[in-house]
Design a binder for this molecule. Structure first.
Ligand code: PLP
Length: 417
């Protein structure tokens, strides 16, 4: 029974996976938090490392049989330290949200004051938004972006920090198309005795490759996912200065989690090794270049973009001036083979489940090797669809053209028949 293949044991699930492989091949995946993990990363995730329990840290485990796991975890840590230039890395958080919970648990008690960017301005739930445990268990102060240009309002960040004296100041975002000025945040944190936490979940691949400035030297603690621009497995990591090493490690285990996911740890080590290559540096730069070309194309077709453009991997279209809401536009785009997500824009007058924006990004399509010519075609297809969301003949024609384009740019790690 335990030896039978997936197709034999569970044809329903096998079929879902096969169909998902086809979807990931046939469509342009534009959700900025998504990517195609490398084939080697996928292999490690599905390996026998899944079967091992390893509570504790290398050399200090609570279970025997760690001869290979300790080597794997040490490799992951050493590679991240070299890649990012940090004193310490913890690779055990199960994902980005648990990584942030680990940071809170290392430094805060319930009721303490923390500060982060509000969700409607592009911050993450775990930066203190009210529905999140981080907004309920802590006194969360939220800063935002300016009304006129939608850039981070540093005057507001500084005055709120002076008034509330947070223990932690989070910077980093989930829907912000511009460079994060870590030095400015560090100055504000220093002035009020706060620990600056840079959450680079979206941009860690760009940071590793030098395509976005690094928070190292500015933020004492850096949290991240490992599956977005970093192109690794679903996972999380926390990097920090030597002085915070003990607090961070203790917070993750035994504070927050049990056994680490060893297949994930191995895949993080692989992703870190790949991120050190010139090929990855070129990839990260191409993500940013593609985002700029796509943004320029959309602007030339009359779209409003939040902050007027993009200098990272991400674009936020503001449809307020058009007749079509974000959800209707995103659904029409999906039918045409372009998968983005609808999203609130700053100061949105519509509800979060039916907002005015579309969020998209270039990490996944750049992993397929697409470049500026493809971005121009994509921008024009998007404009054609959004301007005519009920024209099913047009949508079907574009879906066919996109399928042809996708056949020319196979997706890494995705088998095709
Ligand atoms: C994606 C993201 C997270 C959370 O990651 P999960 O793996 O989805 O838990 C945290 N912070 C930021 C800024 C993110 O973009």
């Amino acid at each position: 029974m335990a030896d039978r293949s997936l197709a034999e044991v569970d044809p329903e699930i096998a079929r879902c996976i096969a169909l998902e492989e086809k979807r990931q091949h046939d469509k342009l995946r534009l959700i900025p938090s998504e990517n195609y993990a490398s084939a080697a990363v996928m292999e490690a995730c599905g390996s026998v490392l899944n079967n091992k329990y390893s509570e504790g840290y290398a050399g200090r485990r609570y279970y025997e049989g760690q001869q290979n796991i300790d080597t794997v975890e040490r490799l992951a840590i050493e590679r991240l330290k070299a890649l990012f230039g940090v004193d310490h890395a913890n690779v055990q958080p199960y994902s980005g949200s648990p990584a942030n919970l680990g940071v809170y648990f290392a430094f805060c008690s319930p009721g303490d004051t923390i500060m982060g960017m509000g969700l409607p301005s592009g911050g993450h739930l775990t930066h203190g938004w009210r529905v999140s445990i981080t907004g309920k268990y802590f006194n969360a102060i939220q800063y935002g972006v300016r009304r006129d240009d939608h850039l981070i309002d540093f005057d507001e960040v500084a005055s709120l920090a002076r008034e509330h004296k947070p223990k932690l100041l989070f910077c980093g975002a989930t829907a912000y198309p511009r460079i994060i000025d870590f030095a400015k945040f560090a100055e504000i944190a220093r002035g009020v005795g706060a620990i600056l936490v840079a959450d680079i979940a979206h941009i860690s691949g760009l940071v590793a490759a030098g395509a976005h400035p690094s928070p190292v030297g500015h933020a004492e603690v850096i949290s991240s996912t490992t599956h977005k621009t970093f192109r690794g497995p679903r996972g999380g990591m926390i990097m920090c200065d030597e002085k915070h090493k003990k607090a961070i490690d203790r917070a993750v285990f035994p504070g927050l989690q049990g056994g680490p996911h060893n297949g994930t740890t191995a895949a993080i080590a692989i992703a870190a090794k790949l991120a050190m290559t010139d090929e990855f540096k070129a990839y990260a730069q191409a993500i940013v270049d593609n985002s700029r070309v796509l943004a320029d194309t959309l602007l030339s077709r009359g779209f409003d973009l939040v902050t007027g453009g993009s200098d990272n991997h991400l674009i936020l279209i503001d449809l307020t001036g058009k007749d079509v809401p974000g959800k209707v536009a995103a659904q029409a785009l999906d039918r045409a083979g372009m998968v983005a997500n609808y999203n609130s824009v700053p100061f949105d007058t519509r509800k979060p489940f039916d907002p005015s924006g579309i969020r998209l990004g270039t990490p996944a399509i750049t992993s397929r090797g697409m470049g500026s010519d493809e971005m121009k075609r994509l921008g024009n297809w998007m404009a054609d669809v959004v301007e005519d969301v009920e024209n099913e003949a047009l949508i079907a024609r574009i879906a066919g053209e996109i399928k042809n384009l996708c056949d020319q740019f196979p997706a890494p790690g995705v088998p095709v028949e």
